[in-house]
Design a protein around this ligand. Structure first.
Ligand code: FAD
Length: 460
């Protein structure tokens, strides 16, 4: 099993900054969040004071955000709002935390003024909240939401398999969606004033249910009808495997270099044990697709047990990295950390296939040299392509002086980008999240505009 060594510089850590998270949210997303509140304006209800009105806006926006969470995490491939899965997944996580805080505060913010006016009134209200049958759905939803937001935040430190966590996450939030809808439609003041308004929440719940039925029933049925075949599985480094699949004939499957798919080798298209892997081959290799997979945990550690000839279900492609993003660049830098070499190979192979003449540099980092994959092919490309060079980076000391010892830092990126104006260079980065954040920071510091740094993090 590969040891998890760091080979990137100064990993970013700490809590998300609330303002940074909010700045990254698209205006169309804000507009969607505002729809229920805008709808309440048509109800012409009495003004109940600023505090009450502000809380009301917060709950309406919060409920809308909660329902939209299902679309953000729901592997939607098309559409301009949810079709970019990297954007969707990172917003899903950020918004999830904010919703955790909001829903946690919900009962306290409602009861606080009563306690402030009179302690006895506060206690009476608290007792009636805890005992009123109409509050039961809200109380259960509140408890479930709290537990599962915490489980999501701390999922990496829990003694739970990722697949178990994912199933629980899905079931718990489906439950919260039903209970929260019952709560908001039974005690929400807008629905009590105008029962028609409740149809809005029921419609959102129906949309979420339809998405879940599509993802967990209709999509698996479709994948079951067109299974891919495992052609080969071979070791390509001390810690990596190359997995090659073949798509079934007459199946419409295409991708752009840099994209990824979810692979399910369990034997059942309905099994939730599927994993995202980036395509390493290029389009001209179709019908074959290859992947570089690093041994990391319980699934990737047992890849050697797969049998050539077995059926594999492939959901995708997803992801927004694409060579089209560098069409006008005057130079391209590919930065790969560990298993991040997969999509970089796909991009590199795509560039080689179209006889790229602009400068192309591959910065490839690993803990040690015996983790570098497909070196024969990459070296051959150095001679075949007009201006392509690879820079190897190892965090462990190596005897070869050509290998940069240390991390993928500013020095190695400066070497790859070359001295001078980098305003028209494009960088593609893929690897573990901390490495990606560090590489983005260094590339920006070296003058590559943020909009020209395209990246994929190997974890959601
Ligand atoms: C967009 C994307 C592209 C990726 N491309 C590659 C690639 O080309 N090569 C490669 O080696 N790795 C890639 N990964 C990472 C790969 O998916 C995980 O290493 C693998 O799923 C780990 O599974 P495990 O059971 O062996 O390890 P675990 O120890 O169970 O998981 C390790 C970590 O991997 C992630 N993970 C595990 N299972 C899943 C899952 N079913 N879905 C999503 N994330 C999961 C979680 O963050 C988890 O904490 C990619 C990840 C993403 C998000």
């Amino acid at each position: 099993m590969a040891t998890r060594k760091l080979y990137w510089s100064s990993p970013q850590s700490g809590l998300y900054s609330l303002s940074a998270a909010m700045r990254k949210i698209k205006p169309r997303y804000w507009l969607l969040l505002a729809v229920p509140w805008l709808a309440t304006l048509a109800l012409h209800m009495d003004f109940k004071g600023w505090y009450s009105e502000l809380l009301s806006v917060a709950w309406l926006v919060g409920m809308a955000a909660f329902f939209i969470q299902f679309a953000l995490g729901g592997r939607i491939r098309k559409g301009s709002l949810f079709g970019n899965i990297d954007w969707s997944m990172s917003r899903h996580k950020q918004v999830g935390k904010l919703l955790g805080y909001l829903f946690f505060l919900h009962p306290f913010l409602i009861l606080a003024p009563r306690f402030l006016m009179s302690w006895d009134d506060g206690v009476t209200s608290l007792v009636s909240v805890l005992t009123a049958p109409s509050m039961l759905t809200g109380l259960i939803a509140w408890g479930l939401m709290l537990v599962f937001v915490l489980l999501a935040v701390f999922k990496r430190s829990l003694p739970l398999r990722y697949e178990t966590w994912r199933l629980l996450h899905l079931l718990a939030f489906a439950g919260v969606a039903v209970l929260a809808t019952l709560h908001v439609t039974s005690v929400g003041r807008h629905g009590q004033f105008q029962p028609l308004f409740n149809r809005f929440w029921w419609a959102l719940l129906a949309g979420v249910s339809a998405l879940m039925i599509y993802n967990h029933l209709i999509k698996p049925l479709r994948l079951k009808r067109k299974p891919f075949t495992l052609k080969s599985i071979e070791r390509v480094s001390r810690s990596d495997w190359q997995l090659t699949l073949e798509k079934p004939p007459q199946t419409d499957f295409d991708f752009a270099p840099g994209q990824f798919v979810w692979i399910n080798t369990s034997g059942s298209a309905f099994d939730m044990n599927d994993h995202p892997f980036s395509i390493a081959s290029c389009r001209k290799d179709l019908p074959q697709l290859s992947f570089i997979v690093r041994e990391l945990g319980d699934y990737t550690g047992k890849l050697g047990d797969l049998t050539p000839g077995q059926q594999v279900y492939v959901d995708g492609p997803y992801g927004s990295m694409s060579l089209a993003d560098s069409a006008r660049a005057d130079g391209i830098v590919l930065v790969a950390g560990g298993a991040g070499i997969g999509p970089m190979l796909s991009l590199l192979r795509g560039l080689a296939a179209r006889q790229e003449s602009r400068p192309v540099r591959l910065v490839y980092g690993n803990a040690s040299i015996d983790q570098m994959v497909l070196q024969e092919e990459i070296r051959a490309l150095e001679t075949q392509m007009a201006d392509f060079k690879q820079l190897l980076v190892c965090s462990e000391p190596q005897s070869d002086p050509a290998i940069h010892h240390g991390l993928i830092d500013r020095e190695v990126l400066e070497k790859a980008l070359g001295v001078g104006d980098n305003a028209n260079r494009v960088a593609y980065v893929c690897g573990p999240p901390a490495m990606v954040q560090a590489a983005k920071r260094h590339a920006r510091a070296l003058g590559v505009p943020g909009a020209q740094i395209h990246y994929e993090q190997l974890a959601f």
